[in-house]
Design a protein around this ligand. Structure first.
Ligand SMILES: *[C@@H]1O[C@H](CO)[C@@H](O)[C@H](O)[C@H]1NC(C)=O
Ligand SMILES: *[C@@H]1O[C@H](CO)[C@@H](O)[C@H](O)[C@H]1NC(C)=O
Ligand SMILES: *[C@@H]1O[C@H](CO)[C@@H](O)[C@H](O)[C@H]1NC(C)=O
Ligand SMILES: *[C@@H]1O[C@H](CO)[C@@H](O)[C@H](O)[C@H]1NC(C)=O
Ligand SMILES: *[C@@H]1O[C@H](CO)[C@@H](O)[C@H](O)[C@H]1NC(C)=O
Length: 792
């Protein structure tokens, strides 16, 4: 069996170097989660590769696979996998067979579940070393286990598995490293109590991808060419892209919690961005210098908000989640499966250069790349045919680190021939000649100097080798990790309530997910997702499922809050667009209160097509407080909408509650002033749209029950008394509201259920329930009531 060969036998066989002369120390490698998926797919292969690479280095090795399973079944599972280890093509088959046999002999299974299990493992290592008379160089523990198990394993390792002084300890951790700044900090704190920073290697397997791993060496070896052009004067933009065709079926329990930004942007894409943008240290072989420079680059990232990103979700995602997580039919997920994010750096080198980080599932192709596009500075006077040659300044200039898949289906480095001929390390990268008909990024392959790796290496094999050699720059330090979460967390928070755009998947996405940069923000190029998809009511994606019915003989729209707000915002945009087309202007009167805040936010963030420039904003009612007071309706409108959209200053009409340094004094004639302003600007004092809410007592605007003020008479503006503080209010009167071309009433929340039920039955009794008096002469009134308010 596998365990009978001792190290001594291997010495006798001449496989291992003799201790006396050249032995450089023994290394024990422990793979935790030895029978798991990652181990099966990559890690054992990577460890075997390490053995192949280092067998002649003077070190000796033993490998331990650990898992929860008992000895016999665990051992069986593990060796089933080990027997299938493959020999790399660059190792002679006979030699490889011998080395594989040795590797298997040097490998053991251990049940590692309790403190005793770890203590026994450590004991075994020490005994073996003393029996063989070997010095210990180090111990490497690879955590291929879920993060919730980290702390316990860390405790056991620190408690009983540390090597004696003089030998190193390295622990290797796999993501996720938290799901936001706070959880990442907690996990980091916890680990810090057991391990020193230099002992921890956090893996981002992207840093082991050959094209990504070559970014820094490339920049270093081509300084001479890059120094003058690696900056904002020459770089037009940078695209960092990971597109996938797979969905997340069977992985939703993880994915629903994380989503694409946490899964891909926060780590893989950000790391690539850092390698590309950091100031190059004089000595790129110095881990310390590289890590330091990288950390400084994080400090220069400009903060993100939700206008920095567009998000999408493939249409069947919701049903995958409901099925796998056993959610009810009303469960709607907002987890994005696609995101495009625009990033800027505030540094002299990169100021103003857009970096677009994009990733998604169920897209049209599988591909990953980092693409640097240079500005085209030449004006070409020759005709198209005469521009011919690849070195012509009229061709696009770009440098691409091609991570994999796509048409090329291999890692590669591409440099436009009209830029420069790059220096590439011989032996590891080889130039390829043209592959006719292959076009990449809009140009024939012959336009580029193209290099492929001499030998394709799996990222895990690359990283395991770097761990062994202590090259920390290929890993994520605690500071680096926290800096990244600090950068991404605000965006994640601000996107939490946003609805991702649904997309059908694959080639059918057409232009649905294309996005563009305008004024430092991004938005989808195609503004109306549903039209684009040609969806009829029946086929609408879940998010847009709203119930249409009648309420008080008028149109009723009902849905979960987010969908409801979304629908109302869209309807408002449509009304605005048609009013502007018809009359060149849109007069919108908005109410205060809490329900509209969600609407304001939605409008600010998502309705870039809204004709704000031609919109006049009026207030339906106002509290008699200064406009800067947090209680002021205008202040809320300002904070949540006006400061995010571009409404011309002269089109904003706050109510004059504060005149002559007094609040709502009759003698100051505030209501008359406002009515006059309306009469002067709004044709026939007829607003295009008035947005109202309903109080639990049936009040609407600031028209309260049991008071006649503002319910009848001429259409004007009045002062009223509210039962709630601040008591004094200014409000449009009911007759003025009823002149509107369209009225929308927004009602949300369980607390409104009773009044909604009541109002659904009563006739027109404005004195008891002012809302029942809303009855625009145009006849257009629509009720937007969420499920809780409607059904309780
Ligand atoms: C780690 O191990 C050391 C030495 O055994 C011990 O003093 C220390 O308390 C341990 N740390 C934790 C957090 O348990
Ligand atoms: C998902 O899991 C089921 C049952 O375990 C399996 O049959 C199916 O192939 C898996 N699908 C994917 C995409 O992995
Ligand atoms: C660069 O850094 C490496 C690693 O620290 C070191 O071995 C090497 O001597 C340094 N080279 C120079 C020129 O300083
Ligand atoms: C373009 O330029 C080439 C070379 O100068 C010339 O031979 C050709 O006739 C030109 N084509 C046209 C359409 O003028
Ligand atoms: C102005 O409003 C009144 C009352 O709603 C209506 O009868 C009249 O037709 C309107 N006039 C115009 C020009 O719209």
């Amino acid at each position: 069996m596998f365990f009978t060969a001792t190290l001594s036998t291997l010495f006798l066989l001449g496989v291992l170097p003799s201790t006396a002369r050249e032995h450089r120390g023994h290394i024990s490698v422990v793979l935790l989660g030895a029978t798991g998926d990652l181990a099966k797919k990559y890690l054992w292969e990577g460890l075997f590769q390490l053995y192949l690479d280092e067998v002649s280095s003077g070190h000796t090795f033993t490998f331990y696979g650990g898992a929860q399973a008992e000895l016999e079944p665990g051992q069986k599972l593990m060796f089933e996998r080990l027997k299938r280890l493959t020999c790399p093509s660059d190792v002679v088959p006979d030699r490889c067979a011998i080395l594989k046999d040795q590797f298997l002999r040097l490998t053991q299974y251990h049940q590692l579940k309790t403190a005793e299990g770890y203590a026994a493992l450590s004991e075994e290592i020490s005994t073996m070393l003393s029996q063989e008379g070997l010095a210990e160089a180090g111990r490497l523990f690879y955590f291929s286990v879920p993060p919730f198990a980290y702390a316990e394993i860390a405790r056991h390792i620190n408690g009983s598995c540390r090597p004696p002084p003089g030998a190193w300890l390295r622990v290797v951790l796999e993501k996720p490293f938290g799901r936001d700044l706070k959880s990442a900090q907690q996990l980091a704190e916890e680990l810090r109590t057991f391990f020193r920073e230099e002992e921890m290697y956090r893996v981002d397997h992207y840093l082991g991808k050959q094209a990504v791993a070559h970014i820094l060496p490339f920049r270093d070896q081509n300084r001479h060419h890059l120094d003058p052009i690696w900056n904002r004067h020459h770089v037009e933009r940078v695209e960092i892209v990971l597109k996938e065709t797979v969905d997340v079926k069977n992985r939703t329990s993880f994915y629903e919690e994380y989503g694409v930004i946490r899964d891909v942007h926060q780590n893989h894409l950000t790391e690539a961005l850092m390698f590309l943008t950091m100031e190059l240290p004089a000595n790129v072989s110095s881990s310390e210098d590289v890590l330091h420079s990288k950390l400084r680059t994080f400090q220069s990232l400009r903060g993100l908000d939700k206008r920095s990103a567009v998000i999408g979700q493939y249409e069947t995602y919701g049903s995958h989640v409901r099925e796998e997580l056993q959610k009810g039919p009303n469960y709607f997920s907002r987890t994005p499966t696609f995101a495009g994010v625009l990033i800027h750096l505030e540094s002299l080198r990169w100021d103003g250069v857009p970096f677009l980080l994009t990733s998604g599932k169920v897209l049209d192709e599988r591909i990953g790349y980092v693409r640097v596009l240079f500005r085209k500075r030449a004006f070409c006077t020759q005709n198209e045919t005469a521009r011919g040659s690849a070195s012509s300044p009229c061709r696009r200039k770009q440098i691409v680190f091609y991570i994999g898949h796509g048409e090329l289906n291999s890692p590669a480095v591409l440099v436009s021939r009209n830029l420069f001929k790059p220096v590439m390390p011989e032996g590891s990268w080889k130039a390829v000649s043209d592959r006719p008909r292959l076009r990449l990024f809009g140009q024939p392959l012959s336009d580029y100097y193209t290099y492929l790796p001499v030998k394709e290496r799996d990222p895990y094999a690359v990283l395991i080798s770097r761990i062994f050699h202590g090259k920390k720059e290929s890993f994520i330090t605690t500071e680096n990790l926290l800096a990244s979460w600090e950068f991404w967390s605000p965006l994640l928070d601000s996107l939490a309530g946003e609805l991702p755009r649904p997309y059908p998947g694959g080639p059918q996405n057409q232009h649905l997910l294309d996005f563009e940069m305008v004024g430092g923000e991004v938005s989808f190029v195609v503004k109306e997702a549903l039209k684009m998809m040609g969806a009829s009511d029946e086929q609408m994606p879940d998010q847009y499922k709203t119930l249409h019915s009648r309420f008080r003989q008028n149109q009723l729209v009902t849905a979960w809050p987010e969908e409801l707000i979304d629908r109302l915002a869209s309807d408002m945009e449509a009304a605005a667009t048609s009013a502007v087309e018809r009359a060149g202007q849109f007069h919108l009167a908005l109410s205060g209160g809490s329900s509209p805040l969600a609407l304001f936010k939605r409008l600010a963030a998502h309705h870039y097509g809204f004709p704000w420039k031609h919109t006049h904003l009026w207030l339906v009612d106002e509290r008699c407080v200064p406009l800067t007071d947090p209680e002021s309706n205008f202040r809320n409108l300002h904070d949540h909408l006006l400061q995010h959209v571009r409404v011309p200053y002269f089109n904003i009409h706050p109510m004059p509650v504060h005149l002559n340094r007094r609040l709502c004094v009759e003698g100051d004639k505030g209501p008359e002033l406002y009515a006059g302003e309306i009469a002067a600007l709004v044709t026939n004092s007829s607003f295009d749209l008035v947005l109202l809410g309903v109080g639990i007592d049936g009040h609407t605007a600031s028209l309260f029950p049991q008071s006649l003020v503002g319910l009848e008479g001429s259409p004007g503006v009045v002062l009223t008394e509210s039962p709630a503080k601040p008591h004094q209010r200014m409000t449009l009167s009911l007759p003025l509201i009823n002149r509107a071309k369209r009225v929308s009433v927004l009602v949300m929340g369980k607390s409104k259920h009773d009044i909604v039920t009541l109002v659904s039955r009563v006739g027109q009794e404005p004195k008891k329930w002012p809302i029942s008096g809303v009855n625009p002469s145009s006849g257009h009134i629509a009720w937007y009531v969420d499920y809780e308010a409607l059904f309780g």
